[in-house]
Design a protein around this ligand. Structure first.
Ligand SMILES: Nc1ncnc2c1ncn2[C@@H]1O[C@H](COP(=O)(O)OP(=O)(O)O)[C@@H](O)[C@H]1O
Ligand SMILES: [Mg+2]
Length: 456
């Protein structure tokens, strides 16, 4: 494969993508160089997430297994580091010193690693998510978080002992999802009720609008009649910038085999449910549209042209064709869009009913744009799992049929194909390059090839 370094402004990245290399580096730079007294040793390092922000920096999240001298059991520690452009890490570090205040197994919550121009944060210290500091403060959880949730959702209930709060998904500088298990009692009744709550911490100012939209959906006729299902909103805690929702039992539909009957049944249900979401009217949602697609297409073309110069000609041809049709593609009336629709954001409950989760990017826009984006995701999954793409075509067709029958609108075929092609490039190919998962890099050829077919 003819590939050059796709991130020339961050030349240190390739060496950091090797977990064993990273483990050794952290043992030297983080532990030895900082004279950590307790003589810690990183036994294992697993890279769990990478987010390359072209032209700016790269965030790498790792799960470390750390042993202490004489310690019987290794501790699991999650860290992330920001790989900075030449000479920029000192300033980032200095700005973070006063805010990363939670002490950790390593002592401080933030470290400067000058040899790789990086800054490292140890969970729950985070440059943007101040609310997750609560996770290390049992007193705050007991006296502020839980009473705050109960006041809004189970007034009259009190804690009857057990409280367990643990992270289930952490996206540094963006969000942290948690599960809260509680034992509750009400009045002087002796029975203890066990409840589970899903919580999510956001960046400052980001959760009010999501909270408002979730409540509007929850109180809509579509939701009360069961046509649309989301987890019930329970509480919004301003202090910790967190939202709390009913815990659902089940799994996300990406856990189903792409060829399974369960998946195709769920997609039919989901098509119907999406039609119900799209027709909801919610005020003051951020709008998304063709100019956003144009901007994203341009930056993807830039990025891929640098990373894969061998694909530039083909890519320019496809992108050029899409752009030339910009004005002739019919734009539907604005609908309420989920905004981040893929198989990990659709939940199948134990009773097989599906629910939409992760509505953080809810927005208004052309519904065909969301349909195209979702179908592009299905094709991407088909490529990842090396499926026969005819199978994906059938899945997509039955999903669209269910959507169209329920919504009583037939998506315009030409517009749908245009949006599938555009999303294959600016969402799927773009992510293959910014998530830096080695096995995804080679998919870009296929994604551009597919986009070319859809764009003709
Ligand atoms: N209400 C819920 N009940 C149970 N699990 C949930 C709920 N909402 C989300 N999850 C689980 O938590 C994960 C992360 O939630 P999500 O809102 O999708 O966060 P992210 O923005 O990190 O993708 C989901 O993939 C799902 O497995
Ligand atoms: Mg999600």
């Amino acid at each position: 494969m003819n590939s050059i370094n796709p991130h020339p402004e961050l030349p240190q990245i390739p060496a950091l993508l090797d977990a064993e290399n990273l483990r050794q580096l952290l043992n030297c730079e983080l532990i030895q160089d900082n004279n950590i007294q307790t003589r810690l040793h990183i036994e294992d390092c697993r890279i769990i997430r990478i987010k390359y922000r072209p032209g700016r920096n790269c965030l790498i999240t790792c799960a470390l297994s750390v042993s202490t001298a004489g310690g019987a059991r290794a501790s699991d520690v999650v860290v992330y580091f920001m790989v900075c452009r030449d000479g920029e890490s000192a300033q980032v570090y200095n700005q973070s010193l006063s805010t990363a205040t939670i002490s950790t197994l390593f002592g401080p919550g933030v470290f400067h690693l000058p040899s790789i121009d990086s800054v490292l944060w140890i969970f729950p210290n985070d440059r943007k998510l101040k609310g997750i500091e609560t996770l290390s403060d049992a007193g705050k959880i007991k006296n502020e978080v839980v009473p705050g949730i109960l006041r809004q959702f189970r007034d009259g209930y009190r804690i009857a002992g057990h409280i367990d709060l643990r992270p289930i998904q952490y996206v540094p500088e963006r969000s942290c999802s948690v599960r809260l298990d509680l034992d509750l009692q009400s009045g002087n009744r002796p029975q203890v009720e066990k409840i589970q709550v899903f919580g999510k911490f956001y960046r400052p100012g980001e959760c009010e609008s999501v909270w408002r939209a979730l409540n509007e959906i929850w109180n809509s006729d579509e939701c009360s009649s069961g046509l649309l299902v989301i987890p019930e909103p329970m509480a919004f805690l301003h202090q910790s910038q967190s939202l709390w929702l009913k815990w659902l039992t089940g799994k996300t539909i990406d856990e189903y085999d792409l060829g399974s009957e369960e998946l195709s049944d769920s997609l039919v249900q989901m098509g119907k449910m999406l039609a119900a979401l799209h027709r909801l009217e919610i005020d003051r949602l951020p709008a998304t549209g063709m100019p956003d697609i144009r901007r994203k297409l341009d930056s993807t073309v830039d990025l891929i042209s640098r990373a894969r110069p061998d694909l530039q000609t083909k890519l320019l041809e496809v992108a050029g064709r899409l752009v030339s049709r910009f004005d002739s593609i019919p734009v539907e009336k604005n609908a309420t869009l989920h905004g981040d629709l893929h198989l990990k954001n659709i939940f199948v409950q134990d009773d097989r009913r599906i629910a939409f989760i992760d509505l953080d990017n809810i927005c208004s826009g052309d519904p065909t744009m969301e349909l195209g984006s979702f179908i592009a995701y299905l094709y991407f999954r088909g490529l990842v799992e090396k499926r026969d793409l005819d199978q994906i075509e059938k899945l997509a067709a039955s999903f669209i049929r269910a959507y169209a029958e329920t919504g009583k609108v037939d998506p315009d075929e030409r517009s749908l194909r245009w949006h599938i092609a555009a999303a294959l490039i600016h969402e799927r190919a773009y992510r293959c390059l910014t998530r830096l998962k080695g096995d995804r890099f080679h998919l870009i050829d296929n994604l551009i090839g597919l986009a070319s077919e859809f764009s003709t």
